[in-house]
Design a protein around this ligand. Structure first.
Ligand SMILES: [Zn+2]
Length: 215
């Protein structure tokens, strides 16, 4: 989130389009790391300029971003090094969720690029969150996100993910992984709520930044 009310959340994606070896002939200007690309969006003074930075800056790995503005607009963008696939938020029910696999039909029907994810809970975690939010639509508030983030369907590889002891490693696709933090941005109020660790065991604290206005 930045002082202009822009927000971005990111999810790792994997595709056959990734580039790890530098080829000056193919990429004369190189590329920027994914984290820097996301930062470039937040450095933009407006939503359109942030979108332009995301789509035109050379990149080498795939990622998904949900980008939004406190002016009440949001988009989902699946990015690969050579392509991007944009989903607009449906107007009938303004909820858009995503996890760690490609969803855009434009990507899925492309023969030249393929999905690199090996499945697991990514295939339903986005749906679990959408289900909770849909129950409260059109009066969704921060508490609905907190409820969604505590979901344990598919435990331990659930929305609220837990690491497991060595003897139970066979029960998990990612035995050592756990939810590091859950964050809720409210772009119109410029506040964020943060819970460290799995949200079923922690509590959310609210933070309000003293943003300066960008002229
Ligand atoms: Zn949990």
């Amino acid at each position: 989130m930045n002082g202009a009310g822009l927000g971005i959340i990111a999810m790792s994606l994997w595709s056959s389009d990734e580039v790890y070896e530098r080829d000056p002939a193919k990429y004369p200007s190189g590329w920027v790391p994914a984290s820097l690309l996301r930062r470039m969006f937040l450095e933009a003074p407006t939503f359109p300029l942030g979108l332009r930075a995301l789509l035109t800056t050379p990149r080498h790995v795939a990622m998904n971003v949900i980008v939004a503005t406190g002016e009440d607009e949001a988009l989902n963008i699946e990015l690969t090094p050579t392509s991007y696939f944009i989903t607009q938020v449906p107007l009938a029910k303004e909820i858009l969720t995503h996890s760690n696999h490609f969803k855009d039909p434009g990507f899925l029907c492309k023969d030249s690029i393929s999905e690199g994810s090996r499945g697991s809970s990514s295939l339903f975690r986005d749906r679990r969150v959408e289900k909770v939010l849909t129950q409260s639509w059109p009066n969704i508030d921060e508490d609905d996100f907190k409820t969604a983030f505590k979901d344990h369907v598919g435990y331990p590889n659930s929305v609220c993910e837990h690491s497991v002891p060595k003897e139970l490693a066979w029960t998990s696709s990612h035995p050592t992984e756990t939810t590091v933090a859950s964050i809720i941005f409210n772009l119109s109020k410029r506040t964020l709520q943060l819970c460290k660790g799995p949200p079923c065991m922690g509590s959310f604290n609210e933070y309000k930044f003293n943003f300066s206005k960008i002229d």
